[in-house]
Ligand binder design. Structure first.
Ligand SMILES: NC(=O)C1=CN([C@@H]2O[C@H](COP(=O)(O)OP(=O)(O)OC[C@H]3O[C@@H](n4cnc5c(N)ncnc54)[C@H](OP(=O)(O)O)[C@@H]3O)[C@@H](O)[C@H]2O)[C@@H](O)CC1
Ligand SMILES: Nc1ncnc2c1ncn2[C@@H]1O[C@H](COP(=O)(O)OP(=O)(O)O)[C@@H](O)[C@H]1O
Ligand SMILES: [K+]
Length: 494
């Protein structure tokens, strides 16, 4: 699903109304009707409903909704925070009078009387800080036991997620139209949105939109071809880690197998620490990392460096050699391999996916985390384009950036995924899917991030709250099966 900046949303409205000549009042009616369709499942006829309206078209949606509720015999009242100013809002305000929707004024307003609050005060174009009187009302509503519903966006939050007023409306549910904007999907705005509904109302766009929110339909995978063998099914090779962090390497190796690689090898200059626990792994012994030679099988597959790798100088030499002696490798670089990134990385040599968390990324680009959080889309997009790679920027809202300006935001997952080794598992899933599936980096990164988070959600829904990274691996198949359209047959085209 597309994800818009505030300006893109404004342009979309403008294009639909001015260029396509769709009457704005029809769009407003569609918006109000779609809000009604969502909330009718949540409200009862005897609930007392208060619709709070602002001066613009968000307020107009509120008037139209109040009228629909009244016609359908709901117990609804209006509280006009501002008088309506736009043409459509005024028209809908007049219709409220015709259908005898009652209004309450500030003197007679008693928040405790209401069961449901509908916030139609400000839309996504809000800037600055809410007036004190509005903050007071919202504060009371936020502390009440009523159901809080926002139309389009909780009032007091700017669509671009860069301005959030104190005491903004704190919604249980938000209904937005056509596509979400940044504040619906990224923190801190997302905290106030509650459950998000995205309803089509007939808005159209004529420009390319490069931002998206991951959906389950983006995660589909191809079933295996009937005549694959273990090598053609996909190979992953992982550079070994240091003893202290061998668990990280183990998690990556196992996740790569479980995500579908046919052949997973560990490239190591040491003993095989996994020989009694991970029987499927093949060991490729090398005399030293500094003299590493990659055979054609390794070079054809996916090469992973980082998990548990450590920061000794022989690993930096290895990474330097990989960038000077080879071309067109498929590389997943994570963790310690990112520590050295600026020392060895050269663009246009290999096909690269990197997976820093915010702390690692902050170090790589020499900007503090707060600075990145203020403008992650711009900073991430520029980095991916400048370095010609796919960037997976991990956080509570992981974002995936392509070299050509596309951005995918992951809204799956839950805080229980913040557990040691969770990122190592993600790296293994990326490598396993990339080896096994014929999609380009950006698509693979989207599928891997979505799958990893949905496994976390699957565990959470099954009330396995304090799950470990090993639990994530053990449930790859349980979630993966939703996305392979095997249908008892095998594919001929992957
Ligand atoms: N057009 C369409 O196609 C459709 C639109 N739809 C609906 O319309 C909504 C967008 O409409 P909108 O542009 O009228 O926005 P809305 O927030 O109601 O009013 C903006 C006003 O707020 C003001 N303002 C800003 N910050 C402020 C502050 N701190 N304190 C005080 N005032 C402040 C700002 O004033 P300004 O600063 O610009 O003078 C401006 O006057 C959208 O969210 C959706 O619900 C649907 O009907 C479907 C079809
Ligand atoms: N609060 C959170 N909500 C959802 N996912 C999270 C949260 N915190 C971390 N994650 C996910 O968990 C993983 C942690 O990765 P990382 O920080 O590399 O951990 P490790 O180094 O221990 O493997 C990432 O995929 C990240 O997106
Ligand atoms: K609103």
């Amino acid at each position: 699903m597309r994800l818009l900046s505030n300006q893109e949303k404004v342009d979309m409205d403008k294009y639909t109304i001015e260029d396509l000549k769709v009457p704005s009042i029809i769009l407003m009616e569609n918006a109000a009707q779609s809000v009604f369709n969502v909330i009718k499942k949540e409200i009862k006829k005897n609930d007392k409903i208060l619709v709070l309206t602002g001066k613009g078209n968000n307020g107009g949606d509120g008037f139209a909704l109040a009228r629909i509720l009244k016609i359908k015999s709901y117990n609804v009242e209006l509280y006009k925070i501002y008088e309506p100013k736009t043409k459509d809002a005024r028209k809908n305000s007049k219709l409220c009078k015709i259908y005898s929707v009652e209004s309450v004024d500030s003197k007679n307003l008693n928040i405790e009387e209401y069961d449901v609050f509908i916030d139609a005060v400000f839309g996504t174009g809000f800037k600055g800080i809410l007036e004190d009187r509005i903050q007071n009302v919202f504060n009371k509503i936020n502390n009440s036991s009523g159901l809080e519903i926002s139309i389009d966006i909780p009032s007091g939050i700017s669509g671009d997620n860069n301005e959030i007023s104190p005491n903004c409306f704190n919604a249980d549910k938000t209904i937005t139209f056509e596509y979400p904007v940044l504040a619906h999907c990224l923190y801190p705005g997302k905290k106030f949105v509650g459950k998000l509904f995205v309803e089509p109302i007939g808005l159209k766009y004529n420009k390319e939109l490069k931002k998206e929110v991951l959906e389950e339909k983006d995660l589909y995978l191809k079933p295996l071809k009937y005549d694959v063998h273990k090598y053609s099914r996909g190979q992953v090779s992982v550079i070994d880690g240091i003893r202290k962090y061998s668990g990280a390497t183990y998690l990556t190796l196992k996740a790569a197998l479980k995500a579908g690689a046919g052949y997973v090898r560990l490239i190591t200059d040491g003993e095989n620490r996994f020989k009694n626990i991970l029987f499927e792994i093949v060991i490729k012994n090398i005399s030293s990392y500094e003299k590493i030679k990659l055979n054609s099988k390794i070079a054809k597959g996916i090469l992973v460096a980082g998990p548990g790798m450590g920061r000794k100088s022989d690993k930096l030499t290895l990474l330097n050699k990989i960038f000077s002696d080879y071309k067109n490798l498929n590389l997943v670089l994570d963790a310690d391999a990112l520590y050295y990134f600026n020392d060895y990385y050269k663009k246009n040599i290999h096909n690269v996916i990197i997976t820093p968390h915010l702390g690692e990324f902050s170090r790589m680009i020499d900007k503090n985390i707060e600075e990145i959080r203020e403008n992650p889309i711009k900073i991430g997009s520029e980095f991916a384009a400048e370095n010609n790679l796919t960037l997976i920027l991990k956080s509570e809202t992981t974002m995936i950036f392509s070299e050509d300006g596309r951005v995918a935001v992951n809204n799956f997952g839950n805080p229980y995924m913040a557990t040691a080794g969770s990122g190592d598992v993600l790296t293994g899933i990326i490598a396993g899917l990339w080896a096994n599936q014929s999609f380009k980096n950006f698509e693979i990164a989207k599928k891997a991030v979505g799958l990893h988070s949905l496994i976390g959600d699957y565990l959470y829904k099954n009330k396995i709250f304090n799950f470990t990274s090993s639990d994530i691996i053990d449930n790859i198949s349980n979630v993966l099966k939703r996305f392979i359209d095997a249908d008892g047959r095998f594919s001929n085209d992957c």
